[in-house]
Design a protein around this ligand. Structure first.
Ligand SMILES: [Zn+2]
Length: 620
């Protein structure tokens, strides 16, 4: 394929109008304006052509992919209604919905503002530099019209004199957009609007094709050292590898059979590079990403920053989601209910398996080597093993509780639950390695079978069990029960050894050995988490303690000593051979002396390739 056409800041290509059939006249029409960049206010005008007599409208309380009730209506203000010259009565029904007393069938115009000052991928942002929004933050749902086509006019802001011109990027279908991408777009229904974030600004932008599908990558906030060509080359390799994963080596947009072509005809990556941040949110035709600028690929760098591997993993993860969770998805997500929590026990599959494949596909795409891949697996294993909550909650239950646990973490979270991302990725690895051992297929085959059987739609756990049994030639009910629904340990070391990977026990890092997570700054050690069953818990330490120092008893002719602790690693300096000390902590302004026994038997895993040829067979 031709080298990607990399375009620089300010000369971004314009989204083209769809070549599909002419759009149906929209019954719901949004006009989105940047009302005040410095006040971070979007102005929204919503026109409903034929409202009901008691027309209800509401704003979602959550955004799919991020399982937390965020109550976006807290940022909505100044709602008013008009029908011609009439001002119909407007009544707020609850925290996120309203009812308008309309003359039925007469066009209804609602106006409101949304304060956009959350620099995340989940909500909306507007300042003099950049605008970003999700439909869930800006666009009211019109009851009775959510399945109708929606038109969206995105208006270019008035910028300060001399400011670089803004461009608009979105995966929405353009109906009539200007050369900067501002103008009219359409969504087939409210779901598509809610699923199509919009990025605006003087961003860097490039286009490329992967398996015949046009892709666009925009990067806001990129520094001068940013290597866009490198980003595009790596992203294209990731996209093509992912498409081949789902649809085989002959995958192409032009293929006749649906199973042989990608399920989308366009895709947009929107990356916001900031000083400190990380995350992504998946959509059917796009993804919104955030990363630190230090993790971007750098021009003329001999070695790319380590964080760039993490960024590529994020790109791979969100792209994989275009299949796994946005199309193939829990039966409970067949239609989203934007008004409340949407519970599923299956996030271990949709987030965990996606987390297994995100790095594995980087390896298959040739972006990382076997050693780097093993390091990433090693990190995941140690993260799970350092989470006592894996003995408390299964990943199926952790999935269901995501709304109140994973997304609302506090100092007790690691003791009470386990991440369905990390443990889910290890469960995926266990299924893959088990299937490979048994020689009848791989987890890839299971994923593809789930895809073809469901037509890329809703599935439940019975479908997963059935696909595993079909590929592996036996029931995997026992593995599902133990790995997914119980807190049993996973058979990681046996399975890894069978694929050429052995594990050594390394002494744990100091904090881990003590069963602590701490924050160190300005010569002070703050206890953030005390892990269940660890030495710190036995000593009586608690989250939010400040660990001031240690006292050592007199020994071997030495006088008793006391040391002020500046950082945890200094313990080695002060302890010598002492195994029992007194820890001095401050809690609620009180000074406490706690008896601390220092453990010597806490270890972590270090994976290494014992049989590189066998490992290569798995990773190839
Ligand atoms: Zn994810």
């Amino acid at each position: 394929m031709a080298a990607p056409a990399v375009r620089r800041r300010g000369t971004a290509p314009v989204a083209k109008a769809s070549s599909r059939a002419a759009p149906v006249e929209a019954a719901v029409h949004f006009r989105i304006e940047c009302a005040d960049l410095h006040a971070h206010l979007f102005a929204v005008t919503l026109t409903v052509d034929a409202p009901a007599a008691q027309q209800r409208v509401s704003l979602p309380v959550w955004i799919p992919g991020s399982y937390l009730v965020r109550e976006f209506s807290r940022n909505l203000q100044g709602l008013s209604a008009r029908q011609g010259r009439r001002r119909p009565a407007l009544q707020q029904l609850d925290k996120h919905s309203w009812q308008v007393d309309c003359a039925a069938g007469q066009p209804l115009v609602l106006r409101y503002e949304v304060c956009a000052y959350d620099n995340s991928v989940r909500t909306a942002w507007l300042d003099a530099d950049r605008g970003f929004f999700n439909g869930t933050s800006l666009c009211l749902q019109v009851e009775g019209h959510t399945h109708a086509p929606h038109a969206i006019d995105i208006v270019a802001p008035t910028l300060a004199k001399g400011a670089a011109a803004w461009t608009c990027a979105t995966a929405l279908q353009a109906v009539k957009a200007d050369k900067h991408g501002f103008g009219r777009y359409r969504a087939a229904d409210y779901d598509e609007l809610a699923d199509s974030p919009v990025e605006m600004g003087a961003f860097w932008s490039a286009e490329f094709e992967a398996c015949g599908v046009p892709h666009r990558f925009v990067v806001a906030g990129a520094p001068a050292s940013f290597d866009g060509e490198r980003l595009i080359a790596d992203t294209r390799a990731i996209c093509e590898t992912t498409m081949r994963f789902w649809h085989g080596t002959k995958v192409a947009a032009a293929n006749k059979r649906a199973a042989d072509r990608p399920p989308f005809d366009r895709y947009v990556f929107m990356l916001n590079a900031v000083d400190d941040g990380y995350g992504g949110l998946e959509h059917r035709h796009s993804t919104a990403l955030i990363c630190t600028r230090r993790d971007l690929p750098q021009q003329s760098a001999r070695k790319q920053p380590e964080g760039y591997t993490t960024l590529m993993g994020l790109i791979s993860h969100e792209y994989f989601h275009a299949w796994n969770v946005k199309r193939l998805r829990p039966a409970e997500f067949a239609r989203y209910d934007y008004a409340r929590e949407n519970y599923t026990h299956l996030l271990w599959l949709f987030e965990g398996f996606t987390s297994y494949y995100d790095d594995l596909l980087l390896r298959r795409a040739g972006r990382i080597d076997d050693a780097t891949y093993l390091k990433l697996v090693n990190k995941t294993i140690n993260q799970v093993q350092q989470t006592p909550g894996r003995h408390v909650q299964s990943i199926a239950d952790a999935s269901f509780d995501a709304w109140i646990k994973y997304y609302r973490q506090d100092e007790q979270t690691p003791n009470g639950t386990v991440s369905y991302y990390t443990k889910g990725a290890l469960v995926a690895m266990c299924f893959d390695l088990t299937l490979r051992n048994e020689g009848r297929g791989t987890l890839d085959d299971v994923m593809r079978l789930l895809w073809t059987r469901s037509g890329g739609g809703p599935i439940d756990e019975a479908d997963v069990a059935s696909a595993l049994a079909h590929v592996g030639g036996r029931s995997y009910a026992d593995e599902i029960a133990r790995w997914v629904h119980s807190t049993d340990e996973l058979p990681l070391s046996d399975l890894l050894r069978a694929h050429g990977v052995a594990a050594l026990d390394d002494p744990a890092q100091r904090a881990q050995a003590l069963g602590l997570r701490v924050a160190e700054s300005g010569g002070s050690v703050q206890v953030k988490v005390v892990l269940r069953g660890g030495a710190a818990e036995r000593a009586g330490m608690a989250a939010n303690d400040e660990w001031l120092g240690i006292e050592l008893p007199a020994a071997r002719g030495r006088a008793a000593q006391g040391w002020r602790l500046g950082k945890l690693d200094d313990l080695a300096l002060y302890l010598g051979e002492h195994k029992k000390v007194t820890a001095l902590v401050a809690r609620d302004r009180r000074l406490l002396r706690l008896p601390l026994s220092l453990p010597t038997d806490v270890t972590t895993w270090r994976l290494f390739a014992q049989d590189p040829a066998r490992l290569a067979k798995w990773l190839a």
